[in-house]
Design a protein around this ligand. Structure first.
Ligand code: NAD
Length: 496
């Protein structure tokens, strides 16, 4: 286990004296009311830092700074190629600080450092990818169709303005990079609010953005609780809100955004199905499904949490996934053998345990896991629950923990219907050696990202987002840029 001294050293090394401050207009400042809150290491339950709690006055200052930076064109007056160079520099600095950032993210979220390194690498990819886009955002000329050619039309792609970004705690560095990189490439200015559960990497990224040359006021960072996010969501000075989090809070964000009809994009919850056909490679499927649901201790929006296995292979597959789960070492972030870390909080631990107990009480069978681990920290064992039924809460509701609910089927059409019988539509996967059938099933699943013989894959190039109540809009790829751009038409009369 890491000692407090080591944890403090990690925070000091990444954040210097800026940890307890907000980033507003290029300056690190305390909250106006002087409020702060504790940051807890979920692996030890120890306090590892204190950060500022932004109130309404701080949100007003951050939005005003972003507005000034936008109106004064502090970012836009750089050529698009120069903006790309700055974003590339952000990627380089992040990469150079990869070890330090991974340690910080691990401390804050609980994930193993090895996994946090992969997340830092993915954040680096985000900034490199959109650095390349910065000077390729172009409008078109338009044939308006007059025979005399007296009119000429052109479209311009312009930044949407001041963007508020609200992110959750499960993979903060990636979540915020997925918003900041395309928004900055598009020329927007930003106010970022990380989760109260894991705010540290946002502050460290703020330092990197300034060091890379992002001008003052272009990215502002306010740490705080839901009230800070709510103040942003309803703020009349914000043009667009980009939210990642639960469907429940997403709904509140939409309601709050109506005041000035700000644009909204949402990356929300999921309850993703996994369909396994009898001809699948069962060994590979068990391993792939286990990592697809247990990775990051199940705290991933796209986790494959509902298993539909053909009756012919159901028992063998369920046992195979359980065996994979039993073999995964759950431990502290710096333990090199740990594959899974703790859950983020006592609240989340109670929530996960409650769902499993509810499933058990409703008649489902806990095959493996189903218990918290002894000692300090919010650790919960990877859990397979078999013989679930579609009406159970463990099947219908997002748990956000290392829990898979298994059901068997004999008729593929009804399995697909059950898979789609959910308010969510974020992801899914199908496992079979019959590629034509896999393709047909993938087309029929109602979700934003479907895997074939793999549950979750694809980097910054692949668009992600939700059908149904899993979200509005897309992140990654060129689609993400669209979320931060407006199209302006300019028509010129040429015969005067
Ligand atoms: P959450 O919705 O509780 O909180 C997310 C963020 O919203 C936090 O920063 C929080 O402070 C803020 N917030 C809370 N109340 C608010 C309000 N009224 N107005 C504005 N902001 C408010 O989510 P969480 O528990 O932090 O994260 C887990 C959830 O996030 C899960 O549902 C998961 O599926 C989802 N998620 C989705 C994606 C995706 O890409 N679709 C990715 C990661 C996580």
């Amino acid at each position: 286990m890491s000692s407090v001294v080591t944890a403090e050293a990690v925070v000091r090394s990444a954040l210097g004296s800026d940890a307890g401050h907000l980033l507003i207009d290029g300056e690190w400042v305390p909250a106006a009311a002087g409020s702060t809150f504790d940051v807890i290491d979920p692996g030890t339950e120890e306090v590892v830092g204190r950060v500022a709690e932004a109130g309404t006055a701080d949100v007003d200052s951050a939005v005003a700074a972003a507005r000034r930076a936008f109106d004064e064109e502090r970012w836009l007056r750089l050529s698009s190629a120069q903006r790309g160079v700055v974003l590339w520099r952000v990627a380089d600095l992040l990469e150079a600080k990869s070890e330090e950032m991974a340690r910080l993210e691990s401390l804050d979220v609980g994930m193993p450092v090895s996994q946090a390194k992969l997340m830092v690498a993915e954040a680096v990819n985000q900034f490199r990818y959109y650095a390349g886009w910065a000077d390729k955002i172009q409008g078109t000329t338009v044939e308006i169709g007059t025979a005399e050619r007296r009119l000429q039309g052109a479209t311009y792609r312009e930044p949407v303005g001041v963007v508020a970004m609200i992110v959750p705690w499960n993979a903060p560095l990636i979540a915020m990079s997925m918003k900041l990189a395309p928004a900055l490439a598009a020329g927007c200015t930003c106010v970022l609010k990380p989760s109260e559960e894991a705010p540290l990497s946002a502050l460290a990224l703020g330092r990197i953005l300034l060091e890379a040359g992002v001008p003052a006021g272009v990215v502002n960072i306010v740490t705080g609780f839901g009230a800070t996010g709510a103040a942003l969501a309803e703020h009349p000075g914000v043009d667009k809100i980009s939210f990642t989090g639960s469907t429940e809070v997403g709904r509140k964000v939409v309601a709050a955004a109506t005041g000035n009809l700000k644009k909204v994009s949402l990356e929300l919850g999921g309850k993703s199905p996994v369909i396994v056909l009898p001809d699948a490679d069962l060994g590979a499927a068990a391993a792939g499904i286990a990592i697809g649901v247990f990775w990051n201790s199940g705290q991933i929006c796209t986790s494959g949490t509902r298993l539909f296995a053909h009756a012919d292979i159901y028992d063998e597959l369920v046992e195979g996934i359980a065996e994979q789960g039993r073999a995964m070492k759950v431990g502290y972030g710096t333990d090199p053998d740990a594959l899974l870390g703790p859950l983020i909080s006592q609240r989340q631990l109670d929530r996960v345990a409650g769902y499993v107990e509810g499933g058990r009480a409703a008649g489902a069978r806990v095959v493996s896991g189903g218990k918290r681990l002894d000692g300090r920290g919010f650790y919960y064992a990877p859990t397979v629950v078999a013989d679930a039924t579609p009406d159970m809460r463990i099947v219908r509701e997002e748990i956000f923990g290392p829990v898979i609910a298994a059901m068997s089927f004999t008729d593929l059409d009804s399995a697909i219907a059950s898979a789609n019988d959910t308010e969510y539509g974020l992801a899914g996967s199908v496992w079979t050696r019959d590629i034509a059938l896999a393709h047909r099933v993938a087309r029929r699943l109602r979700g934003g990202r479907i895997g074939v013989n793999i549950h979750r894959a694809g980097g910054v190039q692949m668009p992600v987002g939700g059908f149904k109540q899993s979200g509005w809009g897309r992140e990654n790829g060129p689609d993400a840029l669209e979320e931060y751009l407006e199209t302006k038409s300019v028509v010129m009369l040429l015969d005067r």
